[in-house]
Structure formats: structure tokens, C-alpha cells
Design a protein around this ligand. Structure first.
Ligand code: BGC
Length: 833
């Protein structure tokens, strides 16, 4: 260690000591009610201030793909990053760390101190509804990407809460499901990313999952929250409940849960004070909980007398958010097929047919709490139009519109907030969507609100049958053109308290209008009785509208005609908000609507058909061998169109690699069961999810293996060396891979190292990812990847001994481009511990 590093280290130690002292001083000044007050939300997103001890109000905010802040309105937009699956697809830890720094910058701009991210549950099944929000099927990749994101956010002096601890890998009955998973699988798969993140990146928080694991619900799971997380791994941050996830005062306090969110009504507060007085919870437990909250406050600079973990002078330089989002997206795109080098389109074609509803209205992120209103939106149509300019005749046709719910009415509306009798205020809305979470416009208290009256004027753009829709949960009355078109109750499915905004039902009505006709539309929403949505200060509903549209068949015919007339056809297909969202699992992997038919018919009309997939998780692509190119564009964030143009035209190489195996058929997926039986979801497949399961299937292969992705050049893997490292540290071996760019363009490659067993112990997966590195090289040049393989790669969890155990003997180090393509191999003999 040189002198400068030594000084830095000393400064950090001193700062830690000063922070710890300030925390103890503050704690000593608090009586029991004051300590307890720190442990529960004051409102939807914040913990209360305490002026007496110089403690500021601490704000938490979602989330993994952009920082929303305390408001959820288009008036307060956020930089919308690509979906977490896209971040993982970069396999690029420096880039992900920069994404974390951007989240911190956004959090600071929005007055938030903790970002409720990253989501590091695993891709156990492609049917998991929140798949887009997690990183990978592989625990090592998830842990590395998660640690890089946490480090990036915390570099910016903002806290994180990797979530949801643990085994929240699907959404069906997420509040109540009891995940049954054997201890070895829990350790080797589902806990592993959390462990890696805690040990590498030291997050200042963690979020407990809603579900139970082998009996106890996670907000009360003493063994995992205290014994494993705190005592074994050394976690010193706060454990916060998922929203409304704390259910029992005594069990949560004794089970290791520090903070119950949201507030003000929680199981802590006066209930916890009483439990201490009754001797059910020792006051020392409350002291520990409060100490951890104060430590967090100190780290983010909210406790007087305590130095923030990142002094203002050390904050990272400002980041250009839009430029970084564009770079992240382009780097995440995975080129799955490129017949005859149809891509890049260089030189630009004279004519291009851009097809698909998502070409003009892309999905930039998945649904649910990870959603933010973007600061800007560049659609594929905008992006290509700008990049191609006058060189190319660009035609767009919808082709197929997979959305099953009407979009919010595209005319301005006025929302009037009304009390029992009178008006409490009003606000202007850009369209027919109302979404107020945590706070109401004008600061109107939730308890005063009786109804919301939404009014607007619909001007018929075309003559014919217009559709209007009400979407939400509760009592609605829709009037248009002087008639009452709907008056009734819409019910949520299931018990999820967030269902009203995650997965609300829709009711449609029709109205025949002449072109240009103007009609007044009023939608009145009556607030439910108090208690119906306990814990969630939420008003969310939509007035939908659709103009008369061509039939589905006419839409496809228009697209096919456009494709036939163009040099190149680019079809953007994807999932919808209903398909990929928090709160629900997927019913299937097929692309919704008639998109498969659209692709097949366009491909038959134009041999240069490029399909861009706008989805956060696997979809089936029955046409994948019949088109010239397939580019997986994920949910690319707000600069979607710029990134797409960069990659299609070859300014940037698509450098993404699949973080999860994509099946060819749904029935092939190793794990399809995401629905609990009698309240239990059995992870009976054990360690064999994703590629671990696929490699056990003789003769069968997925559509695309974990790790797959092409660039615009070619590589030859030339040599591999592996050297055991001495000692008992976490690093086992250093692997060196040399590879040559044998193509004609500069390239970027993700070198992957797998460790294979000798096959004698069938309880262990045949091979697992053990490390990776991103390299770049000019045409003809050699790149060298140096990859450290962690000791954990040769260890198994020994359930009887409750300890990690090295598997000694011969292992094979393999290097290559995916779990299915590993051209180099070398033996590594691992000694007994
Ligand atoms: C989600 C969390 C999120 C929280 C706050 C919950 O429903 O599961 O991931 O952070 O809401 O929005």
C-alpha cells in the first residue's frame, strides 16, 4: 500500500469511527418512543426527522431502472435506464457501475437518500413476471452485476437496498407464498448473489421479500436475516420491509426487520413500544434497530456531527444521463442472428420499412414499481429517421398492435379532487391517466378525498366506432355525449394491495361519432371506504380511448406491402405492459397478438427482414430461422431509438450477451411452475435451473444458450492458461485467455470461463460460470482476458456440516462465448482444503 492509499484508508477509518460515535451519541439521547419512531415510515417514502438529535428526513425511492422520487407524475420525470436484464446483458461491470452513479445523481436531484434497488432475485423461470427487473439465471453474474450497481450508487453517497431477500423469483401470490427450497439450493443459487453483494459492495440496506421461505415469512426470518445475513456475512446495514410486508410487531422485530414501510400506519410505532413494555421485545433489540437506522442516516449525510460516507468533494463528476442511457442500451443489445451479414446496414439502404406498434410506441421499461416517467423519449421511428436523414425513404406501418388495453385518452384532461361535498382543488393532466401515489396534487390529504372527477373533450379524428374504456379498481361512472356509458364497480384480482395500479381490470364501451365531432367526457371515481387499500396512499385509474382503426388483417397487409416495396424491413415486436409487470406472472411466452404472423408474412415478402425484439424477458420466436437478423433490444430505456440506430447502422457494435437461456418452446423451459399449490411453491428442480438444467438434456438444445450473442466481427479463441493461486483467500485461480479478432471491424467480446466437474458427483451441475471479462481488439489483433476464478466455484454447500466444502480433484476450466460454445479447455487440479 503506498502512502496515498494509506492516508485514504486512515481517513476512512477515522470517518467510520466518527460516524459510529455520532450514532451512539444520538442514540443515547432518545427515549423508547423516539427510537421506535425511527423504525417506520412517516409516509409513503420517508423516515421521520428528529430535530432534537440533528437527524434529517430520510427519503427512499424506487428503483432499479430510474429514480422516481416522491412523486409519480410526468411533471417530475426521471432518466429512464434500460431494464435490469439489459444491464446484465452488457456483462460490463464498469458500465454498470456508471449506471449506478447515474442513479445516485438522479436520487440526489430528486432528494432521495436511498434507492430501492437492485433487484437480484434470479431468473428461475421465464414465466416470472418480474424477470425484466432481475439480472440473470446465474448467481455469479447476478452477484457481480448487482455489486457493481451497488458500488456505483454508493459512490454517489446514496444508499441501496438489494431486494427482495430472498426467493421472490415469481409474482403469483407473492404476499403469502411459502417457497420450499432445500438448504443447498438456497445457498448455492438464491442467497449467492446477496452474499456476493454484501461481501463485495457492502450495501447500506437490503429489502426483505414478501414471501416466506421454508415456513417463516421473510420479514420475520431470524435465521436468514440475523444468523446468515448479519452474523455470518457481516451485513451492517438496515433491513427494510417490502411495502406493507411487515405484518407482526413482535415477530418482525425479533426476526431482524429494522424498518416497516410505508407509514404512518405500521406494525411498529405504538405497537412496538407496547411490546417492549410488555417484555415481548427486549429494548436492546430496539436499540440495535435504531442504531442501524442512524448509521444509514449518518452514511447518507443526514445526522449532525457524522461525516457522510462520501464527502461532497469526493462525489463523482456529473454524468450526461441521456448519453449514458444511449450507450448502455446499445451495449446491451444482443445480436442473435445475422445471416449474410445483413447488419450493420452500412451503407444505409435507399428505402426501409419500419414495422410494428412498438416502432412508434416502444416499451422502454417493464411495469410496476420500477417504472418511471422519462425525461425524454426517442422512439425507434424518431431515432432511425434522424440517423438516416434524407439518405433513406423511411415508411412506418403498425402491422400488429398487441396491446389488449386501450391507451390513455390522448386529449388533455382536468382532474378535480372533491371532498364529501365540495371541491378541494384541481389539476391539469396531459392525457387520461391518473396515478397518484403517496401524495395528492396540491397536498390534499388522502382522508379528505371523496371522489376524483376527470373531464375532457374528445374530438373524433375519424368517423366511426370509437372505443372508450375505464381501467382501475373501485367505483366508476363514465359519461360521454350526455349519456351514462358505465356506472359500476371494477374489482381487483387477488390480494396484492398494489393490484390497483399493477394489474387493474378494464371495461370498454363504444360510441359512434362523425369526424370532427366534439363530445364532453366525464369519468368519476369514488374513493373506496377507508381500509380497503390499507397502507397504500394510491389513486390510479385510466380513461382510455381509441379511434376507429383498420382491422387486424388490414394492418398486416399494409405492413407486408410496405416491406415488399423496401430494400430492408425492420420489424419491432414485443411484449406489453400486461405481459411483463410486477404483480403478475406470465401466462405464456408467445408474443402477444398477431405479431408472430406479422413477422412471418413480412419475412416472406422481404428477404432482408431484421426483427428487433422489445421485451425484457424471453419470448418465443417461431420465425427465428426464417428472417435475416434477430436483434434483442430489451426494454431499452428512454433513448431507445438512438441506441437502435447506432446498432443497426453500425456506429456501435451490439455487445450484449444473453444473461439467461432462451427456450425454443415453452414446454422446454426447465422450470415452468410459478403458481403455488396450497400456498407452497416447491423449488423441486433444486440446482437445475437455466443452463444447468439444459446441459443435462442429451441431444436437446435451447433456442439460445446463456451467454450467446454475436458482434459485427469474428473471433478465434487461441489459448488458455489457468494457474492456482496460493493460500485460502476467496480467489482460487487466475485464468488467461487469448483470442484474436479475425474479422474486418474492431470488436468487443465477452470472454466467459466455465468450470466443469469430472462428472462423478451428479448432485453438482456439470458446469457453471466461473468468471468473465469484456475485451476489445482491432481487426487482426489479439486481446487478452485475465479472469480470477473465485474459490466458491469449486465449493458446494454441505448441509450436514452447514458449511462450504471444497470439491477437490480435477476440474476443467473452459473458455468460450457461451454455455454452449466453449472452444478451449484445460485441467485444473484442486487440492483438498
Ligand atoms: C415492490 C418493491 C418496491 C416497493 C415500493 C413493492 O410492491 O415489490 O420492489 O420497492 O413496492 O414501491
Amino acid at each position: 500500500m503506498n502512502r496515498k492509499e494509506n492516508n485514504l484508508r486512515e481517513t476512512a477509518v477515522t470517518a467510520d469511527a466518527r460516524r459510529a460515535a455520532a450514532v451512539e451519541t444520538a442514540l443515547a439521547r432518545l427515549d423508547l418512543p423516539a427510537k421506535v419512531a425511527l423504525l417506520a415510515g412517516a409516509d409513503m417514502w420517508s423516515l421521520p426527522a428528529d430535530e432534537e438529535i440533528g437527524l434529517g428526513r430520510l427519503v427512499m425511492s424506487d428503483g432499479p431502472a430510474g429514480v422516481r422520487g416522491e412523486q409519480w407524475t410526468p411533471d417530475d420525470p426521471s432518466v429512464a435506464l434500460p431494464s435490469p436484464t439489459a444491464l446484465a446483458a452488457t456483462w460490463d461491470l464498469d458500465l454498470v457501475r456508471r449506471a449506478g452513479r447515474l442513479l445516485a445523481q438522479e436520487a440526489r436531484r430528486k432528494g432521495a437518500h436511498v434507492v430501492l434497488a437492485p433487484t437480484v432475485n434470479l431468473h428461475r423461470s421465464p414465466l416470472g413476471g418480474r424477470h425484466f427487473e432481475c439480472y440473470s439465471e446465474d448467481p455469479l453474474l447476478t452477484g457481480e452485476i448487482g455489486a457493481a450497481l451497488v458500488s456505483g450508487v454508493q459512490d454517489g453517497g446514496v444508499g441501496t437496498t438489494p431486494k427482495h431477500f430472498v426467493a421472490n423469483d415469481s409474482e403469483t401470490d407473492r404476499y403469502t407464498v411459502d417457497v420450499r427450497v432445500d438448504e443447498r439450493t438456497l445457498r448455492e443459487l438464491y442467497l449467492a448473489p446477496f452474499e456476493a453483494i454484501v461481501k463485495k459492495a457492502h450495501p447500506w440496506g437490503l429489502m426483505a421479500a414478501y414471501n416466506a421461505v421454508n415456513g417463516p415469512t421473510m420479514s420475520e426470518h431470524t435465521e436468514l436475516n440475523t444468523t446468515v445475513l448479519r452474523e455470518e456475512w457481516g451485513f451492517d446495514g438496515i433491513l427494510v420491509s417490502d411495502w406493507t410486508g411487515a405484518r407482526d410487531t413482535v415477530r418482525a422485530a425479533l426476526g431482524g426487520l429494522d424498518i416497516a414501510m410505508p407509514g404512518p400506519a405500521t406494525v411498529y410505532g405504538e405497537h412496538l413500544v407496547r411490546a417492549v413494555h410488555e417484555g415481548l421485545v427486549p429494548e436492546t433489540v430496539v436499540d440495535d434497530m435504531a442504531r442501524r437506522v442512524l448509521r444509514l442516516a449518518a452514511r447518507v449525510g443526514l445526522l449532525a456531527g457524522a461525516p457522510a460516507a462520501v464527502p461532497a468533494a469526493d462525489l463523482p463528476a456529473p454524468i450526461d444521463g441521456e448519453a449514458l442511457v444511449r450507450e448502455l442500451a446499445a451495449r446491451s443489445f444482443v445480436l442473435l442472428r445475422n445471416e449474410g451479414g445483413v447488419l450493420p446496414l452500412d451503407p444505409a439502404p435507399a428505402s426501409l420499412a419500419l414495422l410494428g406498434a412498438a416502432a412508434a410506441e416502444p416499451r422502454i421499461g417493464g411495469g410496476g414499481s420500477a417504472q418511471v416517467f422519462p425525461t425524454a423519449l426517442v422512439t425507434p421511428l424518431d431515432g432511425l429517421r434522424t440517423a438516416l436523414g434524407d439518405r433513406t425513404r423511411l415508411v412506418h406501418a403498425v402491422g400488429a398492435d398487441p396491446r389488449t388495453f386501450l391507451p390513455p385518452a390522448a386529449f388533455p384532461c382536468r382532474a378535480e379532487l372533491r371532498g364529501a361535498e365540495d371541491s378541494l382543488g384541481a389539476t391539469a393532466l396531459a392525457d387520461g391517466g391518473v396515478r397518484w401515489l403517496g401524495a395528492l396534487p396540491g397536498g390534499v390529504p388522502f382522508e379528505d378525498l371523496g371522489e376524483v372527477r376527470l373531464t375532457g373533450t374528445l374530438t373524433a379524428g375519424a368517423a366511426g366506432r370509437h372505443q372508450l374504456a375505464v381501467r382501475g379498481v373501485g367505483r366508476f361512472r363514465l359519461e360521454a355525449d350526455g349519456q351514462v356509458l358505465f356506472d359500476g364497480l371494477l374489482h381487483a384480482e387477488g390480494e396484492d394491495p398494489a393490484a390497483a395500479f399493477l394489474n387493474p381490470p378494464e371495461r370498454r364501451v363504444e360510441l359512434d361519432l362523425a369526424e370532427g365531432r366534439q363530445v364532453a367526457v366525464t369519468l368519476t371515481y369514488t374513493m373506496p371506504e377507508a381500509g380497503d387499500f390499507a397502507g397504500f396512499g394510491l389513486v390510479s385509474f385510466t380513461l382510455g380511448h381509441a379511434e376507429p382503426a383498420p382491422s387486424a388483417e388490414e394492418l398486416i397487409e399494409q405492413a407486408v406491402a410496405a416491406a415488399r416495396d423496401a430494400e430492408v424491413a425492420v420489424v419491432v415486436v414485443g411484449t406489453t405492459e400486461e405481459v411483463e409487470s410486477e404483480g403478475v406472472d406470465r401466462a405464456g411466452l408467445r408474443l402477444p397478438g398477431r405479431q408472430d404472423e406479422l413477422v412471418a408474412r413480412v419475412a416472406a415478402a422481404n428477404p432482408r427482414t431484421v426483427v428487433v425484439v422489445n421485451a425484457g424477458a424471453p419470448v418465443l420466436m417461431p420465425w427465428r430461422e426464417d428472417v435475416a437478423a434477430v436483434l434483442l433490444g430489451w426494454f431499452p430505456g428512454q433513448q431507445a431509438g438512438e441506441a437502435l440506430a447506432d446498432v443497426l447502422l453500425g456506429t456501435v457494435e451490439p455487445a450484449g450477451r444473453l444473461p439467461t437461456t432462451w427456450p425454443a418452446e415453452e414446454a422446454d423451459s426447465p422450470v415452468r411452475e410459478v403458481t403455488p399449490t396450497d400456498g407452497r411453491l416447491d423449488y423441486s428442480e433444486g440446482l437445475f435451473t437455466g443452463y444447468r438444467a439444459w446441459q443435462r438434456r442429451a441431444g436437446a438444445a435451447p433456442a439460445y444458450w446463456f451467454g450467446v450473442g454475436q458482434g459485427y466481427t469474428a473471433w478465434s479463441y487461441e489459448s488458455l492458461e489457468a494457474r492456482l493461486l496460493d493460500g485460502t483467500a476467496d480467489a482460487l485461480a487466475e485464468v488467461t485467455v487469448r483470442l484474436r479478432n479475425t474479422g474486418e471491424r474492431p470488436g468487443r467480446e465477452v470472454v466467459q470461463v466455465y468450470l466443469a466437474t469430472d462428472g462423478s458427483d451428479r448432485s453438482r451441475p456439470d458446469r457453471q460460470l466461473a468468471g468473465f471479462a469484456v475485451v476489445e481488439a482491432a481487426p487482426g489483433a489479439v486481446a487478452t482476458a485475465r479472469i480470477t476464478v473465485p474459490r466458491r466455484a469449486v465449493e458446494s454447500w454441505d448441509t450436514a456440516a452447514r458449511a462450504w466444502r471444497v470439491n477437490p480433484g480435477v476440474h476443467t476450466v473452459e473458455a468460450g462465448r457461451s454455455a454452449g460454445d466453449r472452444p478451449l479447455a484445460i485441467a485444473l487440479v484442486v487440492p483438498q482444503d
